[in-house]
Design a protein around this ligand. Structure first.
Ligand code: ADP
Length: 467
């Protein structure tokens, strides 16, 4: 199969969340047997990283904007980077008032790229709102060319909350004919457009798929999704076990061995504490968290109980960045409690150290399309404490003390009190040797490899090409 991934993020070039991991893992896994390319904007961060490895192959104009094309071949994958200094040479990759224009131009440039290189994929696999106008532009402006009409489109929704909503006048700047396909509540809504116009749509877990069909989780688009229900799949993400392998991970001080994992964790814990001058008994359980700091990730209920829970004999270490509404409070707690550490920022190495050192991994998300962090935590024997939603529900099974099954601790109602009870229960399990050992054993045995995800996408790609 010839598949092109179009994405605003991809590891190892640029990452703000799980989208970057999953596009990378999928494309790398498929590249042995299929013809795979990936198209990304050429952000300044990528230019700096790749420098002379980038091959300039030419330029063209899209919507009167200069489009330079750079190519990089690695892992049997051809990466194409769309260059335009004024659109992508910025400090951050998102968060600008002209984001709609930036990704609108990017989307059209991707379609022009195929003609420019004279190579057309069979499937364009789109990701999130940044690429969601492509199916509409394809149908409206490229319909007389059979090379374009043969293209099949799949849109993966990694998070329904981010829809790419802009003033309707943007349509003139993007040269879009007037159409209800992209208008929603009198605004231009990129994601709605993608849902309406892509051949197939999927999201990143089966439970989140079903949740988003209801008003509670539909972020206003549930009716639009229900209209396309038969073309809407749920495929759980997975992680690359070669990257997240605690036995070979270079980011951690002491490799974790399945047989001695609880002892090995202690060594990593001591190393973490000494790096951050934390003078606390390493026998106390360490609760870890690696997360964007947003309301989605459960900080409304976590912050409500953090202060009181810190009076228990536990240590909590949070790594993350995000809304100052929550981070200001975390900074304050950090100053007030010796057993609470907050590292504000993005730090790949530290994230691995925390996965390896932690006894429990907090992930009380209000909603969670898939979640990769809980999967990584499992692999490192770090027991997830989760709210039963979306992909968390599809990957974490509550521990059962009577038949010794389950790989985590779960709660079903999204309240501070239920989270508090879950943490209390985890303490009881931690100090019960039999249960603690069993839980860790079940966690590291859980099979959530990207290989399973890839098989499911292959089924969907085959179906898309069969009609
Ligand atoms: P989301 O994509 O919603 O942010 P996921 O759980 O799907 O959440 O993926 C998050 C990914 O980003 C994980 O690989 C996690 O380890 C990583 N991550 C999140 N925040 C940080 C951070 N501050 N530093 C390092 N890695 C982080």
């Amino acid at each position: 199969m010839k598949i092109t991934y179009v994405t605003s993020e991809c590891v190892p070039f640029i990452k703000t969340g799980g989208l970057a991991d999953i596009v990378a893992a999928l494309s790398i896994d498929l590249s042995d047997d299929h013809n795979i390319s990936v198209v990304l904007p050429l952000y300044s961060q990528i230019k700096i990283k790749l420098q002379t490895k980038l091959d300039y192959i030419g330029n063209f104009y899209t919507l009167n904007e200069y489009i330079g094309i750079f190519k990089y071949f690695n892992n049997n994958i051809t990466y194409y980077f769309i260059d335009n200094e004024s659109l992508f040479n910025r400090n951050n990759i998102y968060g600008y008032s002209d984001d709609g224009y930036r990704f609108g131009v990017f989307s059209r440039a991707v379609l022009d790229l195929f003609e420019f290189i004279d190579e057309f994929p069979q499937i364009i696999h789109l990701n999130d709102w940044h690429t969601s106008m492509i199916p509409y532009i394809l149908k409206s402006d490229y319909k007389i060319d059979y090379r374009y009409t043969n293209l099949r489109t799949l849109l993966t929704i990694h998070n329904l909350q981010y829809q790419g909503i802009f003033d309707i006048n943007l349509r003139c700047q993007l040269h879009l004919d007037y159409s209800n396909d992209y208008i929603f509540n009198n605004q231009l809504n990129f994601l709605k457009c993608g849902i309406q116009c892509s051949d197939y749509i999927n999201t990143v877990s089966f439970t989140y798929r079903n949740e988003t069909l209801s008003p509670n989780f539909g972020c206003g688009l549930d009716q639009i999704l229900r209209n396309r229900e038969h073309y809407y799949w749920g495929i759980l993400n997975g992680i690359d076990y070669t990257i997240y392998n605690p036995a070979t991970d270079k980011n951690i001080i002491f490799s974790l061995n399945n047989e001695s994992i609880i002892i090995d964790k202690k060594i990593n814990k001591r190393e973490l504490y000494s790096n951050f001058n934390i003078n606390i008994d390493d026998k106390l359980p360490l609760y870890s968290m690696v997360s964007r700091i947003t309301s989605q990730k459960g900080f409304d209920i976590l912050n409500e109980i953090l202060n009181s829970i810190l009076y228990k004999d536990i240590v909590i270490f949070i790594l993350g960045s995000g809304d100052s509404y929550y981070t200001d409070y975390l900074h304050r707690l950090h100053c007030e409690h010796d057993n609470f550490y907050f590292y504000n920022g993005y730090n790949e190495k530290l994230s691995h150290m925390l996965y390896a050192a932690g006894d429990f991994f907090l992930m009380p998300s209000a909603f969670e399309p898939s979640g990769l962090s809980q999967m990584i935590a499992l692999r490192y024997g770090n027991i997830p404490i989760i709210h039963e939603v979306g992909g968390l529900k599809d990957s974490i099974i509550p521990y059962n003390e009577f038949n010794f099954t389950g790989n985590g601790i779960t709660f079903s109602k999204f309240t501070a009190n239920d989270l508090y009870n879950a943490i209390n229960y985890s303490l009881y399990l931690y100090y019960n040797n039999t249960h603690h050992k069993q839980l860790v054993k079940n966690a590291i045995k859980t099979e959530l490899s990207i290989e399973i995800t890839v098989q499911n996408y292959l089924h969907l790609y085959e179906l898309m090409l069969s009609y």
